[in-house]
Structure formats: structure tokens, C-alpha cells
Ligand binder design. Structure first.
Ligand code: NAD
Length: 264
């Protein structure tokens, strides 16, 4: 029997933060489903493992080193995709950092700016510069926000991060309305704790447990008895939202957290 075509056969996707965690897993899932994937991360070296895994599947990639918060980088990134592949169907705006988690009195304005710039301005730039290509045929954008965008998280000090994640939800709703005329759908995934390298991008300073506003035992995730989720699980949700199966879904956040946020 002939092997069935993949869910994304013939599609071109851009994945930001493709060198690690959720972005890497999603890029691999997209490739497994037949998409050509433009992999974007801060450095080319950080993309090598993702490229290796996709090439082992027989897939096609384009490596792009860029900072999502920097206009010339993102203009160049999208111009490269246009030159090389001439088309774009799916954008996974996923790259982000935790940044500095500190009480507001200690958090420095430049630390605040860095988190806002990467997580929020970076989402804006990724989407903005992708629109000219996406609107040729319509397509799908998925943004990675977080349970922090809507719930009061137990980690005090995560204010800048949480603001970016809440703002991404508003951004997605506005973008979904504005881009509907081009048949571009815009949805959001809101993960709870997922086992990735994100902690390496975190600097925690002067946080005290007794300042925590809610009683949320560390690591308690009802569905898994405290175990964090896996990037592949988020990738499967992103695949669904990016595929024709989700053709009537837009402007919608989807939680993926093993009921973690229900305890917050
Ligand atoms: P990760 O650190 O494993 O991967 C993030 C990737 O983004 C890294 O490869 C990093 O180099 C890249 N990146 C960071 N800043 C960048 C920039 N300015 N330009 C280009 N690339 C940049 O982390 P992850 O957990 O896979 O994070 C992916 C997304 O998921 C983030 O938006 C994060 O906020 C969100 N998220 C993660 C969790 C979790 O528990 N891991 C939970 C909720 C939301």
C-alpha cells in the first residue's frame, strides 16, 4: 500500500527558536509531515542538531541565524525564505526567554526591556515580516504564549515575562481579526511546565517563597503527578493548529498543561 501523504506535504513553514525545546520538536514534526522548514535561531550552530534530525528523515531545511527582536535580521530572514522557496504557509512564532525574574523594586529597566523586546516585539516582527508571503495563498500562524499569560503564576518576579505572554494573547486576537481577509489564521498555544532548556535563559534574583501569592506546591501537575510535559506534545498541538484540520479555528488560545493552571 502507498504511504499516505503527510499532513503538511507541499507546505513551507518558518519555526523560530528551532534550535531547542518546543521549536526544535515542532520543526521535526513539521518535517516528518512533509513540510520544508526554515529553522530560525540566534546562531547557526544551535540549529545543527535540528538540521541533522530533519535530514535523517529526508526533509528540507533552511538555516537562518537571526534575533527575532532585531528588524534587519527579520527582514533578511523573510527575504531569504522568499528567495529560496518563494512561498510560506505556516509560521510558528515560538522563540522566547524567561529573562530576569526579580521583585519589581530590583528589576532593572533594561532587564524589563530585554524580555519585552524578545518575547513581544519579536512576535510582532516575526508576524509582520511574514505577512507579505503568507497572504499570497493564506496560511496559519501559531504563537507560543504560556499559562502565565492568563493565570496568576506562583513565581512572583515573573512580571515582565507574564506581561509578554498576556500581550501575545491580545496580539493573536487582533491579528486573527485583521488577517482573516487574507485567509491567515492566528492561534496561540499556552503551555504549562514543559521539559526544555528554558531555565537556562532565566536569572532569578531576590525571590522569596513567602511572597508567593497562591499556595501552589512546586511541580504539581495533576495529569502527570508533577512531571512536566514534553516538547513533542506541544508540537502535536501546533501541528493540528497549523493544518487543514483546524481550518475554522482562529484567534483561539489552547492550554496544554496537564491541568496545572487549574490549580493556580
Ligand atoms: P528553549 O530555551 O529550549 O528554546 C527557546 C529557543 O529560542 C532557544 O533555542 C533560543 O536560542 C531561542 N531564542 C531565544 N531568544 C531568541 C531571539 N531573540 N532570537 C532568536 N531565537 C531566540 O525554551 P522553550 O521552552 O522551548 O521555549 C519556547 C517557547 O515556549 C518560549 O516562548 C517560552 O516562553 C514558551 N514556554 C515554555 C514553557 C516551558 O516550561 N518550557 C512554558 C510555557 C511557555
Amino acid at each position: 500500500m502507498k504511504k499516505p501523504a503527510g499532513e503538511l506535504t507541499g507546505k513551507v513553514a518558518l519555526v523560530t527558536g528551532a534550535g531547542s525545546g518546543i521549536g526544535k520538536a515542532t520543526a521535526i514534526v513539521f518535517a516528518r509531515e512533509g513540510a520544508k522548514v526554515a529553522l530560525l535561531d540566534r546562531t547557526e550552530e544551535s540549529l545543527e542538531k535540528t538540521v541533522e534530525e530533519i535530514e535523517a528523515l529526508g526533509g528540507h531545511t533552511l538555516k537562518i541565524s537571526a534575533d527575532i527582536s532585531f528588524v534587519p535580521d527579520m527582514e533578511r530572514a523573510l527575504a531569504t525564505i522568499a528567495e529560496q522557496w518563494g512561498t510560506l504557509d505556516i509560521v510558528f512564532a515560538n522563540a522566547g526567554i524567561n529573562g530576569v525574574w526579580a521583585p519589581l523594586e530590583d528589576l532593572q529597566p533594561e532587564e524589563w526591556d530585554r524580555t519585552i523586546n524578545i518575547n513581544l516585539r519579536g512576535t510582532f516582527l516575526t508576524v509582520k515580516y511574514a505577512i507579505p508571503l503568507l497572504k499570497k495563498k493564506g496560511g496559519a500562524i501559531v504563537i507560543t504564549a504560556s499559562v502565565n499569560g492568563t493565570r496568576i503564576f506562583s513565581n512572583t518576579g515573573a512580571t515582565a515575562y507574564s506581561c509578554t505572554k498576556a500581550a501575545q494573547l491580545a496580539f493573536a486576537k487582533m491579528a486573527a481579526l485583521e488577517l482573516a481577509k487574507y485567509k491567515i489564521r492566528v492561534n496561540v498555544v499556552c503551555p504549562g511546565a514543559i521539559d526544555t532548556n528554558i531555565e537556562e535563559s532565566t536569572e532569578e534574583r531576590n525571590l522569596t517563597k513567602e511572597k508567593e501569592p497562591v499556595d501552589f506546591p512546586e511541580g504539581k501537575i495533576p495529569l502527570t503527578n508533577g512531571k512536566p510535559g514534553q516538547s513533542e506534545q506541544v508540537a502535536q498541538l501546533v501541528l493540528f493548529l497549523s493544518s487543514a484540520k483546524a481550518s475554522h479555528i482562529t484567534g483561539t488560545p489552547v492550554w496544554i498543561d496537564g491541568a496545572e493552571s487549574l490549580l493556580m
